[in-house]
Design a binder for this molecule. Structure first.
Ligand code: RIB
Length: 275
């Protein structure tokens, strides 16, 4: 038979290496890859379609055995289709598509859990700082949040579109805390919750006595926050591991598979009963 030489190299493309969520994914993927004798090459695309395209090309030239793509641009999705005939790949976290090998989170469920938690604490006027509208993850989180509120006849009073950065959480929180009458803020990731903390601190607004805050992700960094952040946890490390496992199964056994992880509510100190 035909003997194809393996490089034992896997490429992993992430959209924003500066967001601590992604190093955690990489760590998981690397640990799993190493277990099977593979090494990982990590590329940062800045969520730019051009950079993604270039990295996919370079990784193929380097003859990686496969690519884990944690990306979001429509263009890379199209280019993946073009490349997919002679490329093993697994999608991870973003750019969810039907019937493709991938590892994703039940994002809608995560938003729902956040809404339900705040409702149980008696909150009625709630704000949501979302991720970018263009990313399905963030749309689904907001959708789930709204569904929980709708079940009890409520609506999020305030919705602001953030971009998953600390800075966007900060500026939206400043505006919300200055102008709006809400008792809770759900941020669609933890970095934006960090921004809310900064705004609240500067304005002398107490968490959770004046405002409850709930995040999303459970990145290790938030253990330094005071009070400890209540959040919707993704098992990011295990999602990273799973993506490598699925890719290696594909490379070695031609098996393509799909895994959906469930988020969990982690109650800490930043959410409290409404006054
Ligand atoms: O914090 C970064 C966010 O973008 C995470 O919630 C992750 O799911 C990603 O899509």
């Amino acid at each position: 038979g035909l003997v194809t030489k393996q490089s034992k190299l896997i490429g992993l493309i992430v959209p924003t290496i500066s967001n601590p969520f992604f190093p955690e994914l990489c760590r998981g993927a690397e640990d799993e890859a190493n277990k099977y004798g593979y090494s990982l090459v990590i590329c940062n695309s800045d969520a730019s379609a051009e950079k993604e395209e270039r990295y996919i090309k370079i990784l193929k030239e380097q003859q990686v055995d496969g690519i884990i793509l944690s990306s979001q641009s429509g263009l890379s999705s199209a280019s993946l289709d073009r490349h997919s005939k002679n490329l093993h790949y697994v999608l991870l976290d973003r750019m969810e598509r039907e019937k493709v090998p991938g590892v994703f989170l039940e994002n809608e469920e995560g938003g729902y859990l956040a809404g339900q938690h705040l409702i149980q604490l008696g909150h009625k006027k709630m704000a949501c700082i979302t991720g970018p509208e263009s990313i399905k993850n963030s749309r689904d989180r907001l959708k789930g949040f709204k569904r929980a509120l709708k079940e009890v006849g409520l609506e999020p009073t305030i919705i602001r579109e953030g971009d998953f950065s600390l800075e966007s959480g900060y500026s939206h929180a400043k505006e919300i805390l200055e102008n709006e009458n809400v008792s809770a803020i759900f941020t669609c990731n933890d970095l934006m919750a960090c921004g809310v903390y900064r705004a609240a601190h500067e304005m002398g607004v107490g968490i959770p006595q004046d405002i409850s805050v709930i995040g999303f992700d459970d990145i290790p960094l938030i253990s330094a926050l005071i009070p400890k952040l209540t959040t919707i946890r993704q098992d990011t490390y295990m999602m990273g591991r799973k993506s490598a496992e699925l890719l290696i199964q594909q490379i070695e056994h031609g098996k393509t598979d799909f895994t959906i992880f469930s988020p969990t509510l982690v109650v800490r100190e930043s959410t409290a009963y409404v006054k």
